[in-house]
Design a protein around this ligand. Sequence first.
Ligand code: CP
Ligand code: NVA
Length: 306
Amino acid sequence: MNHLISLNDLSCDEINELIDLAIKLKKDNKEGKTHHYLKGQSLGMIFSKSSTRTRVSFEVGMYQLGGQALFLSSNDIQLGRGEPISDTAQVLSRFLDGIMIRTFKHSDVVELAEKGSIPIINGLTDDEHPCQVLADLQTIYEHKGTLKGLKLAYIGDGNNMAHSLLHGCSKVGMDVAVASPDGYTCGEKFVNEAKAAAEISGSKVIMTSDPIEAIKDADVVYTDTWASMGQEAEKEIRAKIFAPYQVNKELFAHAKKDAMFLHCLPAYRGYEVTEDVIDGPNSYIFDEAENRLHAQKAVLVKLMAK
Ligand code: CP
Ligand code: NVA
């Protein structure tokens, strides 16, 4: 593992190893044990989009591992004024030990990794959000004691979250069902990648426009905003199209009784999810958010520890 760009690049064993390491780092952290595995190392964090969780968890994670993190808003560095990714990658590789990048085009992250000589971590693109799904899988594992054989239902936009959940679940042997309205379903490439992984892990990939079919007997129910960063202008039209896909008490009742509700956050109550679900007893959203820190520390150690 040289980079974390897509969960599709990881094997089932690699994902499970990261989860195990994340759980160990979490336990040690709670017991006050420090591990300065990245002493003296620097992580650059390039942001072309907003962030609360990703920014804070990477920054705190680097500090806890004995290193430092530099926040690089793309508006403030020359990348935002048109300096090529290739030059940026080669220059930053001379200063830094790793880069986390949150941006629009997935191909920019791939190019950064190709042209640079240090580990690159995808902190969200329009296509994928692998760090989030590692934290999600950790959270499911902690509460269910297993991943293999469970069913996750994703209800809503076929976006970056849906793509990374397709990858992550199919790799670890979870059934994954995605329900989206016509025209807003996942990219074919991601569905095909998930189907190929599911064949190896022995799980199922179900793509449907029927939210009840997707959520039926699910162990985990997941949703995300209907209008991702960059789609703000479509918010109102999307709210109408996605209305039948709202995760409310009625829809949630079709999942298993002990189903977990997850959401990458930020959440928009009254749109993709209702308060009674996201703030109800089956919701694990804050454990999930916390695990961003632990899962990403595992990624940082795996990629950067000498
Ligand atoms: N879930 C997530 O990535 O949150 P932020 O946008 O706050 O980083
Ligand atoms: N799909 C959302 C995820 C935010 C963490 C977005 O891209 O804005």
